[in-house]
Write a protein that binds this ligand. Structure first.
Ligand SMILES: CC(C)(COP(=O)(O)OP(=O)(O)OC[C@H]1O[C@@H](n2cnc3c(N)ncnc32)[C@H](O)[C@@H]1OP(=O)(O)O)[C@@H](O)C(=O)NCCC(=O)NCCS
Length: 432
């Protein structure tokens, strides 16, 4: 111990005590009151108290920044989001899916046709189902929805291909695994859908781009150009969206150093939850339930009075129009039809009713509202709405996994223990 003894008074605030300990290189320090020793503090205990404790973190980690990213960002108050340095909406309307895929995975858009074709030449051949997966898929389809079956199939494909922990791989090998799983996902989903309906699996076509090939594998007919463009806009506009639950899940798994397959399978599980990707079809159900524009006010008012949420409205981040729903509304109007006309009228009335009944909450149509309308108008059945979402989002998950894999720090928060105080004697099991 140094002489004279360094002490801290009991009324010293936490931050000052901590910096005293740090500056002087002590691990423990006596605490005195009126010259009398009253205790000893340790740097470790002080540091634990001084860091943000569980009590300071909002429920659900809402708004907490947990990582740095260059993949994408959502500016909720402005109604704007971007992938790397480009507006997501501009990309949706000006570039094919593969260009945006390359932007997310490799960091830049292809600048020339040669660069675009090179990326396609690399990814198109990765589409077919591995034979062992194709073999088990009929059995999987008997008991699983396409999203459930996707977990099984990707897990198998990853094992069969020998995907190794990202911790043990260089950047090129991780990227190769990410491209493989992304390219395979639409093939698995459409195959499972067809098998569940007793239809033959349709092989992917390498002459078709991502979105057109997806519709081809789903329906088995040459895709309509307008439907292809609409689905492509939808896929691009939902390819990534900040630290949503499935993306965060993928990153947590990547932070353990696990293989890309484990990360994507975990993300699919998170996406399947009704509070995340589970419900674009519920917004379409609402439109169908309303049935005609003149019924909209009455139906919506009744639901809000009953304390129900109006599906496809409100957003955790946007406090203004969700730019994806604005863009998809235009896409839907371009497709035309009675469903679209009804949806546009319903949206207007719902926004009015919510503004009257929930003033100040800023509730507008979110991406789910027009996603269902667009997909239905393109001939995608409701049970494939969420799988279609996954067919695009898998690229966002992979981009985040590759980014996380570079950071060797494991994501390991803690919980606040609120159970009975330990230690308590372990009781013997009661007889009888
Ligand atoms: C998306 C959602 C979960 C975001 O929730 P959030 O930002 O955390 O908002 P809160 O749950 O705190 O709600 C704030 C207020 O707005 C109301 N509200 C939010 N969304 C609403 C909706 N769709 N219909 C009716 N009221 C809604 C809530 O009742 C609450 O009102 P209160 O202050 O009187 O209690 C929420 O808007 C919702 O449940 N929407 C419907 C489901 C949906 O479309 N999900 C897809 C999202 S992409």
């Amino acid at each position: 111990m140094t002489s004279p003894v360094d002490t801290v008074p009991t009324d010293l605030d936490l931050a000052a005590a901590l910096s005293t300990l740090r500056e002087r290189g002590y691990r423990h320090m006596p605490v005195t009151r009126d010259g009398e020793l009253v205790g000893v503090v340790s740097l470790r205990d002080l540091a634990r108290l001084a860091t943000i404790g569980p009590a300071d973190v909002p429920r659900g980690l809402k708004g907490v920044v947990v990582a740095d990213t260059t993949v994408s960002d959502v500016r909720g108050n402005e109604g704007f989001y971007h992938y790397r340095q480009h507006s997501a909406i501009d990309l949706s309307t000006n570039r094919p899916f593969e260009d945006v895929w390359r932007l997310l995975i490799d960091g830049s858009l292809p600048a020339t046709r040669v660069e675009r074709d090179t990326f396609r030449a690399e990814t198109d051949p990765l589409r077919p189902l591995p034979p062992s997966v194709l073999e088990v898929l009929p059995a999987v389809a008997r008991t699983s929805t396409p999203l459930e079956g996707l977990r099984t199939a990707l897990s198998m494909a990853a094992s069969e291909r020998g995907l190794r922990p990202v911790l043990d791989l260089d950047a090129a090998a991780r990227r190769r695994d990410a491209l493989f799983l992304s390219a395979l996902t639409p093939t698995v989903l459409t195959a499972l859908h067809r098998l569940r309906r007793g239809l033959p699996v349709i092989e992917p076509r390498t002459d078709l781009p991502y979105a057109a090939n997806y519709l081809w594998m789903l329906t088995g007919v040459a895709p309509d150009p307008a439907a292809t463009t609409a689905v492509e806009c939808y896929l691009i506009s939902t390819i990534d969206h900040g630290f949503n639950a499935s993306t965060f899940t993928a990153r947590v798994i990547a932070s353990t150093g696990a293989d890309v397959g484990s990360c994507v399978v975990g993300a699919v599980g998170a996406l399947s939850g009704p509070l995340h990707g589970g419900a674009p079809s519920r917004a379409l159900d609402l439109v169908n339930e309303i049935g005609s524009p003149e019924r909209a006010r009455e139906v919506v008012t009744r639901k809000v009075v009953a304390g129900e949420r109006i599906m496809g409205f409100g957003h955790a981040v946007y406090r203004t129009d969700d730019p994806r729903s604005v863009m998809l509304r235009d896409v839907a109007i371009g497709l035309g039809g009675s469903l679209v006309e009804l949806a546009v009228a319903v949206e207007k009335t719902v926004v009015e009713v919510l503004a009257e009944m929930k003033p100040g909450r800023e509730l507008y149509a979110n991406v789910e509202f027009y996603a269902g309308v667009v997909m239905a108008s393109c001939g995608i059945p409701p049970e494939m709405f969420t799988p279609t979402f996954a067919a695009g989002r898998v690229v966002g998950w992979c981009a985040n996994v590759l980014e996380q894999a570079v950071d060797p720090k494991i994501i390991r928060p803690r919980a606040r223990y609120v159970g009975p105080p330990p230690p308590q004697p372990v009781p013997p099991i009661a007889v009888g």
